[in-house]
Design a protein. Structure first.
Length: 218
C-alpha cells in the first residue's frame, strides 16, 4: 500500500503501447494512474472512453494519463476498439497489463468483495495522482461496481497544483477561479503581504478568526 507523501513505486510493465518504466514515463510531470477490474467490462469501458474525451483537459494541466487493467496486452488492444466506438475519440494513452495482478497487489488495489469468473479478486477502481517529485499526492479507491467522476478528479488536480505552490487551501465544493482559504499557519501580518487581492475574515460565534478567504492566487 502506498501512503500519501511516499515515493510512488517504480516498476516495468507491458502496455498497449509497449513496455513502460514508470518513473521514466512520469519524469518531471504530474501523472494520473487509474485501475480497472477487467477488459471488456461495461463500467470500465465508459470510464476509459470518458478519459479519452477529457485528454485535452489533462494535457492543459500537464498531467500524463495511464490506465491499468488485469488482462494482457492483446486483450487491451482489442478492447480499445470498443472504447473508441463508445467515446467517438481516439485513444491517446496507454493501458498497463497486469494479468498476474502483481501490480494490483503491490499497490493495494485489490477489491476482496468482487471476484472474476475464476474466483480471483478483481482490481478496484483506484486513482493515484503523482506529483513531479514522484510522490503520491492523492489516492481514491472506488469499489469495482462504482464508476468514477472524472470531472471531480480534474477539480482535485486543480486544487493539488494550486496548493502545491501557494499558501492556500481549497474549501468545500471549490472550483478553479473561486476564493481560497488562507492556511492557519500564515499569520495575519504575512497574509496581507502574500495576498494583495485582500483577505476577508468570516465572523464566528467563537470569535476565532480562522475562516479567512482570499481570491485565488495567480
Amino acid at each position: 500500500m502506498v501512503n500519501l507523501g511516499d515515493i510512488f513505486p517504480d516498476f516495468k510493465a507491458e502496455s498497449s503501447d509497449g513496455p513502460i518504466q514508470f518513473h521514466q514515463f512520469i519524469e518531471g510531470t504530474w501523472a494520473i494512474m487509474f485501475s480497472h477490474p477487467a477488459d471488456y467490462t461495461p463500467v470500465c469501458t465508459t470510464e476509459l472512453g470518458r478519459v479519452a474525451q477529457l485528454a485535452g483537459e489533462f494535457k492543459k494541466r500537464g498531467v500524463k494519463m495511464i490506465a491499468l487493467s488485469c488482462d494482457d496486452v492483446e486483450s487491451h488492444k482489442g478492447w480499445i476498439k470498443d472504447i473508441n466506438a463508445y467515446s467517438g475519440e481516439g485513444f491517446p494513452y496507454s493501458i498497463l497489463a497486469d494479468p498476474k495482478r502483481e501490480l494490483a497487489v503491490q499497490l493495494g488495489m485489490v477489491d476482496p468483495d468482487e471476484k472474476d469468473a475464476k474466483g480471483l479478486p478483481l482490481t478496484c477502481r483506484a486513482v493515484f495522482i503523482i506529483g513531479p517529485d514522484k510522490k503520491l499526492k492523492l489516492s481514491i479507491l472506488y469499489p469495482a461496481t462504482t464508476g468514477r467522476n472524472f470531472n471531480e478528479i480534474l477539480r482535485v488536480i486543480d486544487s493539488l497544483q494550486l496548493t502545491a505552490t501557494k499558501k492556500v487551501a481549497t474549501p468545500v465544493d471549490w472550483k478553479s477561479g473561486e476564493d481560497c482559504m488562507v492556511l492557519p499557519s500564515v499569520s495575519q501580518e504575512d497574509a496581507v503581504k502574500l495576498f494583495p487581492k485582500g483577505v476577508k475574515v468570516k465572523e464566528l460565534p467563537s470569535g476565532k478568526q480562522y475562516l479567512r478567504y482570499t481570491p485565488q492566487p495567480e
